[in-house]
Design a protein around this ligand. Structure first.
Ligand SMILES: [Zn+2]
Length: 465
């Protein structure tokens, strides 16, 4: 593939080199002698058998003659270069399965061992390092995205149950995939992320960045044409990128330089000017960052501020995810199990702490239960009688004096949940003292996570109990 006229690129990253050249025997012999001259001048020996010759649109006998010149083996597309399948045809699902396996290897070992907060971090960091690299260049087929989502869902929700390791989803996947400040868990939506990354290529193209492939695509396909008004053309890769043109144009605005001037000139001479248009993103930057596109996608989604409070809290991720589940009404309370049509013994869905009928809900268990009210009372928190969990939190925060309201709320709720689970799974009767000891231990650990100035406050809270 010529980069510029008569100019063939050498692509070299790490220890893998690709030489691109015409299928011509004389050129092959020249390259070979250059390589050998280089090798003997530095005292190295080139092992040609370790190299592979791959031809495009070349007869088999020419291919084998060229391979003989180099003394190397003949390969076929697609081949793997820097972990990406390289070929002239769209990579198949099978070609991309090594990516799925590598994600699987990294996620599956951790699935049952980590707490929810650590799993959340792992799910995003593994995907960030493995899949995003591929998604910068290739549009991943829906089947591969499904595979990756399945693995991520499993990793996040896998739990040891009586029937072995099982994934029990506590929240809908599309809710999990919303950004944190939009009420989700911030797990990356791979389809949107993939689009954002490919849009960067389109942005380089429309802005005529000085990059060989940009020149090549303009000169080969769009000489004097408007790309998004022309038909589909080029390789599978370019077609995938160009399919995003409507999305791209929705998030950018074009500033035609000296618009009137261009119009007059073209009307006068009916010639196209050499001046290129400049495309800007609607969020106001010249560069198209995939992260900005990602957030733009969710722009119309609203979430209450309490979700921002969670992620701004100082406590560990494990507790934050628990608080998220609580505020999203997702902990498996007896009431939720009833809504999920699970039948409990004697049809008894009452609160496990105070036996209050008819059923244990998030609002009852964490706010209005007599047991919990006594716990909150020790911290000086009294909840209003009416309102949902989000409204209750707003009301209590307004009357809270001092910092770290959200941390106190999260750690105290966690301790209530533990008292409740001890009753459910171990038949240990809940006690205010048990709740208090656990809260003191957990909240005291915050000392190591906060700035010096807040430490006396933590001590003051612990001393209340
Ligand atoms: Zn209760």
């Amino acid at each position: 593939m010529p980069a510029r006229e008569g100019d063939y690129p050498v692509i070299q990253y790490a220890d893998d080199t690709i030489l691109v050249m015409p299928a011509d025997e004389t050129q092959a012999e020249t390259i070979k002698s250059i390589l050998q001259d280089y090798a003997s001048s530095v005292g190295l020996r080139i092992n040609f058998q370790k190299s592979t010759l791959i031809t495009v649109n070349t007869a088999a006998d020419t291919t084998s003659r060229l391979a003989q010149v180099f003394g190397c083996s003949i390969g076929a597309m697609p081949f793997t270069y820097l972990g990406l399948p390289m070929g002239t045809a769209r990579p198949t699902v099978a070609d991309l399965m090594p990516l799925v396996s590598s994600v699987e290897r990294k996620l599956s070992t951790a699935a049952s061992l980590l707490d929810l907060g650590s799993k959340l971090t792992l799910v995003n960091s593994v995907i960030t390092s493995l899949a995003i690299y591929v998604m910068c260049s290739i549009r991943l087929p829906p089947k591969i995205l499904d595979h990756l989502d399945k693995l991520r869902r499993y990793c996040l929700w896998a739990k040891n149950t009586n029937d072995g390791l099982k994934a029990v989803s506590l929240a809908a996947w599309d809710l999990v995939c919303r950004p944190k400040h939009k009420g989700g868990l911030g797990v990356l939506d791979l389809k949107i992320q993939n689009q954002g990354l490919l849009l960067k290529q389109l942005h380089k193209f429309y802005n005529h960045r000085d990059i060989p492939w940009v020149d090549l695509v303009w000169n080969t396909y769009y000489d004097g044409l408007v790309p998004h008004a022309s038909g589909s053309c080029g390789s599978f890769w370019w077609k995938d990128v160009m399919n995003l043109a409507p999305t791209y144009r929705a998030v950018t605005s074009v500033k035609a330089r000296d618009e009137l001037d261009v119009l007059q000139t073209s009307l006068a001479s009916l010639e196209l000017t050499e001046v290129n248009d400049a495309w800007h993103t609607v969020w106001g930057s010249d560069e198209l960052a995939s992260s900005k596109f990602y957030l733009h996608y969710f722009r119309d989604m609203e979430a209450d501020d309490v979700f921002k409070w969670i992620w701004k809290a100082k406590c560990t991720n494990k507790w934050k995810v628990f608080a998220w589940l609580l505020l999203a009404d997702r902990p498996n309370t007896q009431g939720l199990l009833k809504r999920k049509h699970m039948k409990l013994r004697d049809d008894n869905y009452a609160c496990l702490l105070c036996h209050h009928p008819p059923e244990e809900t998030v609002e009852h268990l964490f706010f209005h239960c007599e047991f919990s009210k006594a716990c909150w009372g020790k911290l000086g928190i009294a909840w209003p009688i009416h309102g949902n969990r989000v409204q209750l939190l707003h009301a209590a925060k307004n009357t809270w004096i001092g910092p770290m309201f959200m941390d106190v709320f999260i750690v105290a709720s966690w301790s209530i949940w533990k008292e409740r689970n001890n009753m459910l799974f171990r038949s240990v009767a809940p006690t205010i003292d048990g709740w208090s000891q656990r809260f003191k231990g957990d909240f005291g650990m915050m000392r190591h996570r906060i700035k010096e100035a807040l430490v006396p406050f933590v001590d003051q809270i612990v001393a209340l109990l």
